[in-house]
Design a protein around this ligand. Structure first.
Ligand SMILES: O=C1O[C@H](COP(=O)(O)O)[C@@H](O)[C@H](O)[C@H]1O
Length: 267
């Protein structure tokens, strides 16, 4: 359905698109990801994507359907995780397991291009391990670095949002929202189970070339209204982490269904 605001670069206003249904959102999301994939593969021969867990994975379903699956060069994809739960990879709570079952198992991405967090380590060690690995990829030019921030620059970060406004494993009021040095950090007190998690930090999310916020359902309408409303002073933003997503030099695109957008003024 309708597009709302026009996007710009960097700190410009995000693009906000509202769709009649989650089904229509999923089709538009597939088209958006396919377009970026083609663009980056053509430009630099690779496409680096960081996935969230949760409902985002279901919203990616169209990308693996016949209308889209054949027009993506999956061999050039490099897949990362925005956040992970500290559980074995075959555990129902694992973000990798979810992505594998509903997305990755259906497409021919080379196994060596799928970069999971190490589930044999403690939360601290797994965060260190993933950060060290990302630094190695940057050093070897397999992953770009942001000239502006010195943090890694993913071509696309796909974020979901919880009803409380959390993104990745960055929760309202949590001290990790202040982290400005680490690339990957950990927490053991997640308010949403399971408690132990590993997560990209905000500077990494905000150094990406493209960030998509994919949000469906009425349960998230209040957080969407607050996030897209006026007045982004720091206290409000720390209460609603999604408000702290603001790419330094990249583009932010919201994909909303009617339910999620139902408390926005224009809807
Ligand atoms: O716990 C998590 O929650 C968020 C939001 O999940 P959703 O199911 O409400 O969309 C998700 O983006 C994150 O990756 C996950 O670890």
């Amino acid at each position: 359905m309708a597009a709302a605001q026009q996007q710009g670069k960097g700190k410009a206003r995000p693009r906000v698109q509202v769709f009649e249904s989650e089904e229509a959102l999923a089709v538009a999301l597939a088209d958006y990801v396919r377009h970026l994939s083609c663009q980056y593969v053509e430009e630099k021969g690779a496409f680096t994507v960081a996935l969230s867990g949760g409902s985002l994975i279901r919203s990616l379903r169209k990308l693996v359907e016949p209308a889209f699956v054949g027009s993506v060069d999956w061999s050039k994809w490099h897949v990362f995780w925005v956040d992970e739960r500290v559980v074995p990879k075959d555990h129902a709570d694992s973000n990798y397991f979810l992505a594998y079952n509903h997305f990755l198992s259906k497409i021919p991405i080379p196994a060596g291009n799928v970069y999971t967090m190490n589930d044999a380590l403690s939360a601290e060690a797994a965060a260190d391990d993933y950060e060290t690995f990302l630094k190695h990829l940057v050093k070897t030019n397999a992953l770009q670095e942001s000239n502006d921030t010195g943090f890694p620059k993913f071509d696309l970060v796909l974020l979901g949002m919880g009803p409380d406004g959390h993104i990745a494993s960055l929760f309202p009021g949590h001290q990790l929202l202040d982290e400005n040095k680490r690339w990957v950090s950990f927490l053991k007190d997640s308010p949403k189970p399971p408690p132990e998690r590993i997560t990209f930090t905000l500077p990494v999310l905000n150094s990406s070339a493209n960030v998509a916020l994919v949000v469906a359902g009425q349960a998230k309408a209040e957080a969407v209204r607050e996030a897209l409303g006026e007045g982004d002073h720091e206290v409000a933003a720390r209460r609603l982490p999604v408000k702290m997503v603001s790419p330094e030099e990249g583009m932010l695109s919201w994909f909303l269904d009617k339910g999620a957008a139902s408390k926005l003024d224009s809807s």
